[in-house]
Design a protein around this ligand. Structure first.
Ligand code: MN
Length: 720
């Protein structure tokens, strides 16, 4: 746990005084019952942390109290304040989440648990893109916006007291604050917090530059005083002449913003500082535009510098009109014009709900203008009109459509909600996806279709021989994974189709009593002229999947007139098949041929060659189309195993299935599936098996073995 040592006066105070300070602050807006709960939480946390001290001798409780006080400044509700008091109790003491739930309720317990979870994930990357993902991960994990507010207050207090830490540790924490927490504060519209975190980070990251800039700022301020007052007066006067009621103020640039502009745009201090900033806050939206018109008449606007963030709010809900004008002695003046309501949102963002609770009704106007997340929060509020219900609804994801997960090397990958390990694999690298065989989620093996959650650590196990599976398409959600799986299986299919096509073409050429070497490469070039854009392999794969007839292509290549019968047809030769041709060759699902069965091949357009047995009804029905049916024969050395279906009629009895199964395995065949056909009597049972065999001889051996059992009455091979 990162806790800086405090050196301030807290060490002189007794713990119970600390609690009183917090209660006093909260009593400005909380009721009696809430204050009592807060006192309980304080007493509990104080006892739990009893005996824990910071290095200076401060009681540990001073830190949670300070965090809770920051939240009280934002007028957060009592569960949030209580959770802030208890935020380190589970991590650092013997207290469990269950204890907190029993004593303070499930809401407080969930908040404490949420903060502890955030504390556990660490960020250590230098890349900007990774910082953005880490920020989103934190937000996605904070299902309740109060969790992130507690975390931000925790960080603010740690930053305020950072000076006593070791310099190296100081720099790391300041950098993390700059990269992660300040932008989150900005994202949530917590502007004051955003500025303070940036300023504090800068002090610790670049102490010398900060000192120089502070000095320069002090000096410059003195010189500008008069001019600023002059401009203020003329703005105020111009507005009241038009009957516009407005609060006008000069805006001070923060040291951080000056520093950033100097480094980003390589400007000198004077160049950055010589821009004067003013803010005009008026009653409503219409008056904003009216005030803008008035100021554009007072000072000339610089073209291209006007921005309407009222019509198009920033992502974090910020609204204002921005314009740059040419001031009295030619100095640029930046003005911001906004309504009271916009001003509140601009200063305290998401926390403004708590801060300005009594003005709930007027907040409805904001709904239509602010960014989606803000909108959904406010919408729910105006629907229910009930503060408790509103808080209930705050348990929403700030990034509902995304999850953020870690690679084994700690890189963060962002994926859409519902993404699985396969989506992750393809997001990391195409090859990882294509070679994926298994996945580990948080160090444990998990099914490939496991849905990932934010914060998961995912590891993909690959194998060089693995291929993408079309079945993955059922659960992948990213278009990248989808496209890659499709592309890869298509390439594979094309490749296998071309290989089969080549063999079919070879067969057709010998049918025409020609030598395959008669067809030279230059002959191919000539042939391809009539197929604009196609290559030899395209033609071969078209033959392989039955889009073109091998005999037609062969005749054309051999320059034999297709219509003429003058060329003598030779003895038809058979295509030898191994069963391992791949996707371009299929075994018919109607007759399930196995080696030894007489077979024929049917060119099914667009699908390739389908192998049927001779006695299959489909094969009998249309056998007289020689262009579609191809003579095929089994290769004598096929290594593949083929699925075959058998049905066993047996007397019913204990253990009969086990005995049949053991006979099958004794014949060295594998059982793929087993199922019982419902039978009318309980005396007999019909059991269907699908088994894997090498060929007919192997099948015969299986059947002989099974028939050898005395209770088996009949065994048949099934051909549907
Ligand atoms: Mn803490």
């Amino acid at each position: 746990m990162m806790e800086p040592i405090e050196t301030n006066l807290l060490s002189q105070r007794r713990p119970d005084e600390l609690g009183e300070g917090l209660v006093e602050k909260a009593s400005r807006y909380l009721g009696k019952a809430d204050l009592a709960k807060l006192k309980n939480a304080y007493n509990f946390s104080q006892t739990a942390h009893e005996g824990q001290f910071r290095k200076t001798g401060d009681p540990y409780i001073s830190h949670p109290v300070a965090v809770s006080k920051i939240l009280a400044d934002w007028h957060l509700d009592s569960p949030a304040l209580a959770a802030a008091l208890l935020h380190d109790v589970v991590e650092d003491t013997a207290v469990t989440k269950l204890d907190i739930e029993e004593l303070f309720g499930v809401v407080v317990a969930d908040l404490v648990d949420g903060v502890s979870k955030l504390d556990k994930i660490k960020f250590d990357s230098q890349e900007d893109e990774q910082a953005e993902n880490f920020r989103k991960m934190l937000l996605a994990m904070s299902k309740d916006v109060r969790v992130i507010l507690i975390k931000l207050a925790d960080r603010l207090h740690n930053m305020r007291t950072l000076q006593v830490m070791q310099p190296s540790k100081r720099a790391r924490i300041a950098k993390e604050t700059m990269d992660i927490y300040a932008p989150i504060a900005n994202r949530l519209g917590l502007n004051d917090l955003y500025r303070e975190l940036q300023e504090l980070s800068l002090t610790h990251l670049y102490p010398n530059r900060f000192k120089v800039l502070t000095k320069a700022l002090k000096r410059a301020r003195g010189n500008r005083k008069e001019l600023i007052q002059k401009i203020l007066d003329s703005i105020q006067e111009a507005l009241s002449r038009q009957g516009i009621k407005a609060t006008v103020s000069g805006r001070e640039k923060t040291i951080y913003s000056i520093y950033k502009k100097m480094t980003e745009k390589t400007l000198s201090f004077a160049e950055v500082f010589d821009i004067y900033g003013f803010r005009v806050v008026v009653g409503d939206v219409a008056t904003c535009y009216q005030a803008l018109g008035t100021l554009h008449q007072l000072y000339k606007p610089i073209p291209g510098k006007f921005k309407d963030y009222i019509a198009i709010p920033k992502d974090n809900g910020y609204q204002s009109l921005h314009s740059t004008l040419v001031g009295p002695i030619g100095t640029p003046i930046e003005i911001q014009i906004r309504s009271d309501e916009m001003h509140r949102i601009a200063e305290s963002g998401v926390a403004s709900h708590w801060l300005y609770k009594d003005q709930e009704s007027s907040l409805s106007e904001l709904q239509t203008k602010t960014h989606e997340w803000m909108q959904s929060l406010l919408e729910m509020q105006s629907e229910s009109g009930d503060s408790a219900e509103f808080l209930e609804h705050l348990k929403v994801d700030l990034f509902p459509d995304e999850v953020y997960v870690f690679t084994p090397k700690g890189k963060i990958i962002s994926l859409p909600r519902g993404a699985t390990t396969i989506d992750f694999a393809y997001a990391v690298h195409t090859d990882i996806g294509n070679k994926c065989v298994a996945a580990k989620v948080n160090h444990e093996l998990a099914p490939l279709n496991t849905e990932l959650r934010s914060g998961d650590r995912v590891e993909i196990i690959t194998s060089t021989s693995a291929k993408p599976n079309l079945g993955w398409l059922r659960f992948v959600v990213t278009s990248r994974a989808r496209a890659q799986i499709r592309h890869h299986t298509k390439t594979l299919q094309d490749h296998e189709a071309a290989k089969l096509g080549e063999r079919l073409l070879g067969q057709a050429i010998s049918d025409l009593k020609a030598q395959p070497d008669r067809i030279t490469e230059s002959r191919w070039v000539q042939f391809l002229r009539s197929y604009a854009g196609k290559e030899k392999k395209d033609i071969l794969s078209e033959i392989g999947i039955g889009k073109q007839l091998a005999i037609v292509v062969a005749r054309s290549l051999l320059d034999i007139d297709t219509d003429s019968d003058s060329h003598e047809m030779g003895q038809r030769t058979s295509l030898v098949i191994h069963g391992s041709e791949g996707m371009a060759l299929q075994f018919a699902q109607c007759c399930h041929p196995i080696p030894g069965d007489p077979i024929r091949g049917y060119m099914r357009k667009g699908h390739g060659l389908v192998i049927h047995t001779h006695d299959c009804p489909i094969s009998k029905r249309s056998r007289n189309d020689p262009n579609k049916w191809i003579d095929v024969e089994w290769s004598p050395d096929s290594k593949k195993l083929f699925t075959v279906f058998i049905r066993v009629l047996t007397q019913n009895g204990k253990g009969v299935l086990a005995r049949i199964a053991s006979q099958i395995s004794e014949a060295e065949a594998n059982i793929e599936t087993v199922n019982f056909e419902p039978s009318d009597t309980t005396q007999y049972a019909e059991i269907n098996f699908s088994i894997l065999v090498a060929d007919r001889i192997h099948l015969a051996k299986v059947m002989r073995k099974v028939r050898g059992l005395s209770e088996v009455l009949r065994i048949t091979r099934l051909k549907k």
